[in-house]
Design a protein around this ligand. Structure first.
Ligand SMILES: Nc1ncnc2c1ncn2[C@@H]1O[C@H](COP(=O)(O)OP(=O)(O)OP(=O)(O)O)[C@@H](O)[C@H]1O
Ligand SMILES: [Mg+2]
Length: 286
């Protein structure tokens, strides 16, 4: 059987891996709320102007996805997001032949769509993807800006507005899961650090509508829990968890209960550690 025949059979048998299909979202019509925490907006803007790919580094819930949506709005570019996983193949990104009414037609994958349309392609947690998937990005992520579609026999030159963005969480990813230097060195690194407490409180208040002092007290809880990261907690509580807690408070839940449900329970399943966290909540919110 020809290589293409084999691919068609494989396709008929197996649908695309979950999460593989991205959607070209038009640029957000309304400005997404994003509170800069450093010089990330300026650096991203400069990188986009110079057509340099970007890696966003930061723990879960620190605002990476929100930042990318905000930049898509600022730069008025469509956005394609792909959640990478270890089953993601190169064709999940680039495209494949599909059988339609007896004909075989080429279907662009999410990355190809973004490359042609001049969109921002956000590959979330790229480090999770297989190496043979990652290398597809190499000619795209250097000054060639080319995406080879081997199976379709096409070499796609990226639209001038195409912007490649990947995310990387240095916290929980093991050393075995690192991008190769030949991949890493193609990207401008932007680190999204934790915001200063006043800034984080402002974000939580603005996101949820709780009064600023309430937001500030939730941030204090997080600040006291964060040092436990090295002592049993896999991840420190993120701004996202504080936003969740504030939403519960806004819905009428007592702040301590909100913290236990939205913060403590999300951080650990270990009863002892959860009890320690609950004590910190009670001591902080008094
Ligand atoms: N700087 C910020 N400005 C506005 N909102 C923020 C900011 N940082 C965090 N948030 C809030 O935190 C939530 C989580 O952020 P986001 O989903 O962007 O995290 P992430 O870094 O993409 O996490 P993950 O790695 O898990 O995908 C957002 O929905 C938003 O409410
Ligand atoms: Mg995200």
């Amino acid at each position: 059987m020809s290589a293409r025949g084999a691919e068609l059979r494989e396709l008929a048998a197996a649908p695309a891996a979950p999460g593989a299909r991205g959607l070209l979202e038009p640029p957000p019509g309304e400005e997404p709320y994003y509170r800069p925490v450093g010089d990330e907006v300026e650096v991203f803007t400069a990188a986009a102007r110079d057509r340099l790919p970007v890696v966003l580094k930061g723990p879960t819930g620190c605002g990476k996805s929100r930042f990318v949506r905000y930049m898509a709005w600022r730069l008025a570019r469509p956005l394609v997001t792909v959640a990478c996983h270890d089953d993601l193949s190169a064709s999940d990104l680039t495209g494949r032949y599909l059988v339609r009414g007896g004909d075989t037609v080429w279907q662009d994958g999410p990355l190809t769509e973004a490359v042609r349309a001049g969109a921002i392609a956000y590959l979330d947690e790229l480090v999770e993807a297989r190496q043979d998937t990652v290398v597809v990005l190499h000619p795209l992520a250097d000054d060639r800006r080319l995406l080879p579609l081997e199976r379709a026999g096409e070499l796609v030159a990226a639209h001038p507005d195409f912007q490649l963005v990947i995310s990387y969480n240095p916290g929980y990813q093991s050393l075995a899961k690192e991008l190769k230097p030949s991949t890493r060195q193609r990207f401008i690194g932007i680190e999204l650090a934790l915001p200063a407490p006043e800034v984080e409180a402002e974000i939580v208040a603005r996101e949820t509508g709780v009064p600023l002092p309430t937001a500030a007290s939730l941030v204090r809880v997080a600040q006291r829990i964060r040092p436990l990261r090295d002592r049993g907690l896999a991840e420190a509580p993120s701004t996202r968890l504080l936003v969740h807690a504030a939403r519960l408070v806004q819905a009428g839940i007592d702040p301590a209960v909100a913290c236990r449900s939205a913060v403590c329970a999300a951080l650990t399943d270990d009863p002892e550690l959860e009890a320690t966290l609950a004590e910190i909540v009670a001591a902080t919110l008094g």
